[in-house]
Each structure stands twice: as C-alpha cells, then as structure tokens.
Design a protein around this ligand. Structure first.
Ligand code: SIN
Length: 485
C-alpha cells in the first residue's frame, strides 16, 4: 500500500511484553504533506501502560543479569535490522512526519548509530577501587542498571529520539517503556517489530501508543516500579513532568526546548557560514530543538552574509518529502504553521523586515515557505521564543562582547553555533556561551559519539557518547571491612 519492500513493518498495535495489543478505539495517522490517511493505530490507555510497566519490571530481573556481551549482540542485531530496512523505515517516517525521504533515511542511520554505539559501550560499564581511609577497609564502586525506564518522545525525530534513549537504557541493563508522539507512532512500532526480530526478550522494550497524554504520562511519571523517566519535548511540558516525577523521586533526564544563536563574526569564512546556517536552520523544516533560532551577524559583514544566505535559501525546494529533490517538507500541522506565522507577524509589527517568504498555500496548509527577517532585535518574540519552523531572524551586532551577551540572553541553553577563524576568539566564545553544545565553524553537530544535551531550562542529562550510559546507571559503593583479622 505504501510501497514498502516489507509491508509487515507497518504495525498498528501497541507492543507490550513481546506481543501486539489491540484496544477498542483507534488513532488516525495522517501524512502532513497531503492530509491523507496513512494508517489507523490502536489507541491504548492507562490500563495498557500499566501492563507494559509490569512487563518491564518482570523483564528487568533477567535482562539486567544478562552478561553485557549478550545484551550487546542483541542490540547489534537490532542495529543491523534497522540498517537493512533503512529504506522502508525512512519511507514510513516521511509518510507520518513529512521530512524529505533522504533526511528520513538519514534519521534512520542516525538512530541506528546510537544502537550500535551503546551495544559497544555496554561492555565498558567499569567500576572503581578507591584507596580507603583505614587499613582494614576497601572501597569498591560498582555501576548497576537503575531499573525500569519510561520515556515520552516527540514527533520531530520519531525514530532517533527513541533509539538514543532505548539503546542506552537497554545497554545498561534496564528495561524500557515508551510513549511515542501520537502523530508519529508508526516509526516506533516498526522499531518494536525489529527489536522482536532481533530477539530482544519480551518486556524489555515496550511501545504504548495512546492519545490519553495525561493518563499515560501520569503512569509513566508516578508508577513506583519506574526508576527513571526521560523526556524530549517542550520546556513547558518537561517542567510539569519533572514535578510529577518528584512524588516517587525518580531520576529524570530532560531534552527540552532551545533557542540556538548562530553567530557570524567578521573574520568568518562567509560561504562556510552560509552553508552551516542553511543546514542548521532548515533541517526538518526548522523543527528541531537544535535548529538555529537566531542568526547574529557582525555589522561589517551583515550585508554580504544576508545576500548570500538569502540566495542559498531561495534555492531550497519545498514540497512533499517523497518527491525527489525536495529539501524542505511540510510542518507537522496547520496549528504549527499558525504558531510560527503569529511570531513572524508580531515581529513585523515591532519593526522586522521580510526579505524572503510568502503566504503561498498552493502546496497545502501545512507548508510554510522558508522565510528570512532582518532588522530583528533580541527583544522581539521571534528571537525570544523557540520558532520551530522555517523562519530565520537576522540580528546585527557590533563586537564580540555584544554577540555573547545577545546569545546568552535567553532561558534556554541547548545548542549554539559560531563562525570565526581567530583561534583566540574561538576559545573565548566557546567558553562563554551558556549552552550544552557549541558548533564551531560547523552547523550540524549531532552524532552518537558526542554528548547531546542542554544547560539552563533546556534540560539535564546527556544522550549518546561515553556519558550517555550514566543516566541509566546507579553508582553503588561497597565498603569492605574487617580485613585486618
Ligand atoms: C531534537 O530536536 O531534539 C533532536 C535533534 C538532534 O538530535 O539533532
């Protein structure tokens, strides 16, 4: 039906304790590019979520005791299956999320890379011995899986945001229950199908799809059998979930909103900066937490940069992600478009100028043409709020100090980017930016080997890298006494 090589990857039921669960009602998954129905998925609720938590609790007792190399080889099989099915998984992702097929296949490889990475890291959960303060004692530190992990994941990366949490959790020896976004459940369910084929035991990886965000969220944040909760999404929702987790003092990690500055200094390679800004801003139609939110350009190169950047953005082709050559797909919904347009209009009212962009709706109401605004100041709504759409505000600055001050003038601290050729400036600015991730002469910074995560109200914890397992491990100290007898 959807031109899949393997149509059995299109699953429509929640995956709990190694089997597929039907519920009474259904959720419609539609293609944001066309509005067409892609599939109907069973609508699970509190009852199914509780079942999944129980299954995960039971599975934890055996999964956590499996030798790391056995867990690693199952994860490795899961990785292999994801890559073998990259084309189909990419197509499913484009159908439900909208991003161009090449980008969707890139996301499959990106997500799979976390599974491969953590399969390898699972064998390196080392402990410590510490010199004791007295001769009759020894201090040993071991690391143990924290327990059942619950996750809520967003629609903008329907595969990779699950992969990078689940892979770390499973590698550490934890079991996992995820509620994916209801706009994009098919990618999550296809991952479950492949986890099952890889031989990951029943109850270790569970996917509960359901519209009852409040009810399911309450189970996942308050159930006493869950030890750790992890979320990727907005800061506002993240704060509410953190407070729900307080009742059982769960360990939390949060990947929340961003407001990434992209700074172009007057010593930058302008062509490289244009290329970096293009990929950083227009990836996934501007709908990523690490997307450039504001471009800050030093006044003496403002005209040059703006002209070149505008020309480059004009070259982007917008359309259905399944059409060859498309660079920018639809936004996730009509509401998402309206929210961005409201920000643009409020900023125009305050003096911003539109140098590129129009209201062409010929492709459909979920499309917003790539837009550039100049004469923007940092107090305008477009610079202060997370845009999450294909709109670039450009702000002028005079010197390094001003650039840093504008860049840090936000409650967010996820990703920042800057372009400079001056080694002293690179160190000064790199250290001064209050962000968890900084791209230096680079617009695309995400990969499995690097620690992804934010500061300030952009969240806590790190995903990927050698640090990524820590969020799923407890440190236990064994004090061995009486050794002098
Ligand atoms: C996100 O938008 O939250 C994830 C982006 C990425 O992994 O690069």
């Amino acid at each position: 039906m959807h031109q899949l090589h393997d149509p059995s990857l299109l699953k429509t039921l929640s995956y709990i304790n190694g089997s597929w669960h039907a519920s009474d009602s259904q959720i419609e998954v539609t293609n944001p590019a066309t509005g067409e129905l892609v599939s109907k998925v069973s609508n699970a609720g509190v009852e199914e979520t509780t079942l999944a938590v129980k299954a995960a609790k039971k599975a934890f007792s055996t999964w956590s005791k499996k030798p790391a190399n056995e867990r690693a080889s199952l994860l490795r099989k899961w990785f292999d299956l994801m890559m073998e099915n990259q084309e189909d998984l990419g197509r499913i992702l484009t159908l439900e999320q909208g991003k161009p097929l090449a980008e969707a296949k890139g996301e499959i490889a990106y997500g799979a890379a976390f599974i491969e990475w953590f399969a390898e890291e699972s064998k390196r959960v080392y402990g410590d011995t510490i010199p004791a303060p007295s001769g009759d004692k020894r201090i040993i530190v071991i690391k143990q899986p924290i327990g059942v992990v619950a996750a809520i994941t967003p629609w903008n990366f329907p595969n990779a945001m699950i992969a990078r949490k689940a892979a770390a959790a499973l590698a550490a020896g934890c079991s996992f229950v995820v509620r994916p976004a209801t706009q994009t459940p098919l990618s999550a369910l296809a991952m479950a199908e492949l986890a099952q084929r890889a031989g990951i035991p029943a109850g270790v990886f569970n996917v509960v799809v359901g519209e009852d965000a409040r009810g399911i969220g309450k189970v996942l944040t308050e159930h006493p059998d869950i030890a750790k909760f992890t979320f990727t999404g907005s800061t506002q929702v993240g704060k509410a979930l953190i407070s729900q987790c307080a009742s059982t003092v769960k360990k939390v990690s949060m990947e929340l909103g961003g407001n990434a500055p992209f700074i172009v200094f007057n010593d930058a390679d302008i062509d490289a900066a244009v290329a970096g800004a293009l990929v950083s801003k227009y990836r996934n139609a501007g709908q990523t937490c690490v997307c450039t939110n504001r471009i800050l350009v030093q006044r003496d190169v403002l005209e040059q940069f703006t002209e070149k950047f505008t020309e480059a953005v004009k070259g982007l082709q917008m359309g259905n992600g399944l059409t060859d050559g498309v660079d920018v797909g639809p936004m996730i919904s009509k509401q998402a478009v309206a929210d961005v347009v409201r920000l643009v209009n409020a900023s125009i009212d305050q003096g911003a100028t539109v140098v590129l962009g129009n209201n062409d709706k010929s492709l459909g109401e979920n499309f917003l043409s790539p837009t550039i605004l100049t004469n923007v100041t940092n107090d305008m709504p477009i610079a202060h709020q997370e845009i999450f759409g294909p709109v670039t505000p450009i702000i002028a600055f005079d010197d390094e100090e001003e650039a840093i001050s504008i860049a840090n003038d936000t409650e967010f601290g996820l990703a920042a980017y800057f372009y400079s050729r001056d080694i002293g400036r690179i160190w000064r600015v790199g250290e001064a930016l209050e962000y968890g991730m900084v791209g230096v002469n680079e617009g695309l910074i995400s990969n499995a080997a690097a620690p992804f995560g934010g500061m300030k109200q952009s969240g806590n914890g790190r995903e990927g890298s050698k640090y990524g397992l820590d969020d799923y491990l407890e440190i236990k100290y064994l004090c061995m006494g009486g050794l002098d007898k």
